[in-house]
Design a protein around this ligand. Structure first.
Ligand code: C2E
Ligand code: MG
Ligand code: MG
Ligand code: MG
Length: 276
């Protein structure tokens, strides 16, 4: 390899890096104005009781329509919002909007809302949740906060204190994406979770994939042993559903029952049949 080639490779790399950093800066900036500009919305995805097909609640999933780039995936913009701190204002908007929405339903369904580490660890989080519930006139028992285990890592004592306070006001806590990332079984013992959400990477192809099936079966057993309800996320096929039914899973969420959509789509929906 010649010297010039090496240099041009380096220059190319440097330019690409610069572009990536610049891109991120722009998105950080755009994120700070996204709510005021009316670019954010919430999609709702039904959670279903498998025995009765009854809808038990909805998960609120943030959507961002960027003025130039169109629909952006939360998998891309949530991490940026977390790093820049914008998640505090955005997360508050999600909670306020979704709680007001849920209060208007006229039936006592749950509203599940994803919460980032920065939010949960912010000093006024519990009073903010209380204020939002009061203002929306939403019974705290209808709010379920979904947190991933990564939220517990940095300051477990503080997380435990916050979760305990949230439970004291009647809010419930679900462990999201169980089985991925920092999973440790002791988290289930040490923190006051009310529900386990099996990550969709395990649900995918449980009916044909041996390791995934063994893991899902084990998590369902764990839930039974601990007296914690388990919900399977990402259920897409009737084969996956048949497996979950056979293994005694009581609740599910996934494209098979309904894709995340504007709430209008679900306003009159009380039961969802699996549609393969
Ligand atoms: P999550 O909380 O685990 O949400 C489930 C994700 O799985 C959602 O992706 C949902 O659209 C997707 N999903 C549901 N059913 C199926 C299925 O059958 N098949 C497949 N392939 N996917 C399915 P989404 O909406 O792109 O959100 C991605 C992640 O972004 C969420 O994962 C959550 O961690 C985060 N997120 C979304 N909204 C918020 C929010 O308001 N606040 C925070 N902090 N994070 C959020
Ligand atoms: Mg979630
Ligand atoms: Mg999840
Ligand atoms: Mg997930």
């Amino acid at each position: 390899r010649s010297k010039t080639e090496g240099r041009s490779t380096y220059r190319f790399f440097e330019a690409a890096m610069g572009e990536e950093v610049r891109d991120r800066r722009i998105l950080e900036h755009d994120l700070r104005h996204a709510i005021a500009n009316g670019e954010m919305s919430i999609a709702y995805q039904p959670q279903t009781h498998l025995g009765s097909n009854e809808v038990t609640g909805f998960e609120a999933l943030l959507r961002w329509k960027h003025p130039a780039r169109g629909d952006m995936s939360p998998a891309i913009f949530i991490p940026i919002a977390e790093e820049s701190g914008a998640i505090l204002a955005i997360g508050e908007w999600v909670m306020r909007t979704a709680c007001h929405e849920a209060a208007s339903w006229g039936r006592p369904l749950k509203i599940a809302i994803n919460v980032s580490a920065l939010q949960l660890n912010s000093p006024d989080f519990v009073s903010l949740v209380r204020e939002i519930l009061d203002q929306a006139k939403l019974d705290p028992s209808r709010l379920e906060l979904e947190i991933t285990e990564s939220v517990l890592i940095r300051d477990p004592d503080r997380a435990l204190q916050t979760l305990t306070l949230l439970k004291a006001i009647g809010v419930s806590i679900a462990m999201d994406d169980f089985g991925t990332g920092y999973s440790s079984l002791s988290n289930l013992r040490n923190f006051p979770f009310d529900k386990i959400k099996i990550d969709r990477s395990f649900v995918r192809s449980i009916d044909v994939n041996m390791p995934a099936a063994a893991i899902v079966r084990a998590v369902l057993g764990l839930g039974r042993g601990l007296g914690l309800p388990v919900i399977a996320e990402g259920v897409e096929t009737s084969g996956e559903l048949a497996f979950l039914n056979a293994e005694g899973c009581k609740e599910a969420q996934g494209y098979l029952f309904g894709r995340p959509a504007p709430i209008e789509v679900f306003r009159a929906v009380t039961h969802v049949e699996a549609v393969a």
